[in-house]
Ligand binder design. Structure first.
Ligand SMILES: Cc1cc2nc3c(=O)[nH]c(=O)nc-3n(C[C@H](O)[C@H](O)[C@H](O)COP(=O)(O)OP(=O)(O)OC[C@H]3O[C@@H](n4cnc5c(N)ncnc54)[C@H](O)[C@@H]3O)c2cc1C
Length: 287
């Protein structure tokens, strides 16, 4: 299938991209890796007359430590996340999560910024960002603002990004040493989105849970933070019983849509199972 015709723009700076976005208005779309946008254009779900390619703006790519956080340019590819020694050491959850995204072809071009900005509840980065307590830098004609991942995802394909803004950077606080992590994802085959998936970050103290974040993929209109499940674990040991109770509480907030991956009951049950497994796996890694 061939997408409708469009005019191609390749700005060399964020300022130039913001200028183009402002002057071209609603007829323009930002192009990152194209692995969500181009399929939508081929299906005529999106018909922009102008594409503004962010791929020629060097400042939008890269991974660096600044103080106690990791800063990732929005155009950094999944492939780069997977191969980052810095991330493997400081934020291994992100490396594990990126490895679950589709296949090498998608990971070579797909970007972390595009994955987040798209607002697709089936994408993996939203839940990873919620579990990590990340924040996003949004740049537009009024300057920059930094917003928390928790609250950024408003609904299906809907985020806090204004039409004239660009997601330029992802900021991830470096987890405390000894934190456990896990991303457990059920998918039908390589290249598919999650039937259900759960991201967990965990800190233990004296044999009990000191802090935990649990975030769910593809069981609602957005990625979900399982707050009741988190609260149920604080101050308790992590074992089969407490993990199963947290999984039950995570299931209680699931509102998946039925589709070719399963009906509502199956997807909800799989979310519970992914949550249970992610908690136990994170516990086995926590020191
Ligand atoms: C076969 C297949 C399987 C897939 N499986 C998975 C999966 O399992 N898990 C998963 O997470 N993803 C999956 N994806 C999606 C993939 O990860 C996409 O790459 C990702 O959703 C979008 O990133 P992109 O860089 O390709 O963005 P694009 O497709 O270029 O853009 C997506 C949207 O975000 C906007 N946008 C892009 N960058 C920015 C920015 N910096 N600021 C503001 N807006 C921006 C664009 O205008 C567009 O509306 C899959 C895709 C395919 C084709």
């Amino acid at each position: 299938m061939i997408p409708p015709s469009f005019e191609y723009h390749a700005p060399r700076s964020v300022a130039a991209a913001i200028g183009l976005l402002g002057s071209l208005g609603a007829d323009a779309k930002l192009l990152a890796g194209g692995h969500s946008l181009l399929p939508m254009m081929k299906l005529r779900f999106a018909e922009p007359s102008h594409l503004i390619d962010l791929g020629k703006i060097p400042e939008l790519s890269g991974i660096a430590q600044v103080g106690d956080e990791i800063r990732i340019g929005a155009m950094t590819t999944e492939h780069a996340l997977l191969n980052s020694a810095l991330l493997a050491e400081k934020v291994p959850l992100l490396v594990e999560g990126a490895g679950w995204i589709s296949d090498p072809q998608v990971r070579y071009k797909g970007t972390i910024g595009g994955d987040i900005a798209h607002g697709d509840p089936g994408n993996d980065h939203p839940a990873l960002m919620l579990a990590l307590g990340a924040s996003f830098v949004l740049s537009g004609p009024r300057g920059e603002r930094v917003v928390a991942a928790d609250g950024f995802f408003l609904g299906m394909y809907s985020t806090l990004l204004e039409a004239d803004e660009i997601l330029t950077q992802i900021r991830v606080p470096i987890p405390a040493p000894g934190s456990g992590w896990s991303y457990q994802k059920l998918k039908r085959k390589t290249g598919d989105f999650a039937t259900a998936a759960t991201a967990v970050m965990l800190q233990m103290k004296g044999g009990n849970v000191a802090s935990v974040s649990i975030a769910l993929t593809n069981v609602g209109a957005t990625a979900l933070k399982a707050q009741a499940a988190e609260a149920s674990l604080i101050g308790k040991p992590l074992n089969d019983a407490t993990a199963s109770e947290a999984a039950r509480l995570a299931m209680s907030i699931c509102e998946p849509s039925a589709d070719q991956r399963g009906d509502v009951a199956y997807k909800t049950a799989m979310c519970g199972e992914m949550t249970r497994r992610a908690l136990l796996a994170a516990h086995s890694r926590a020191k």
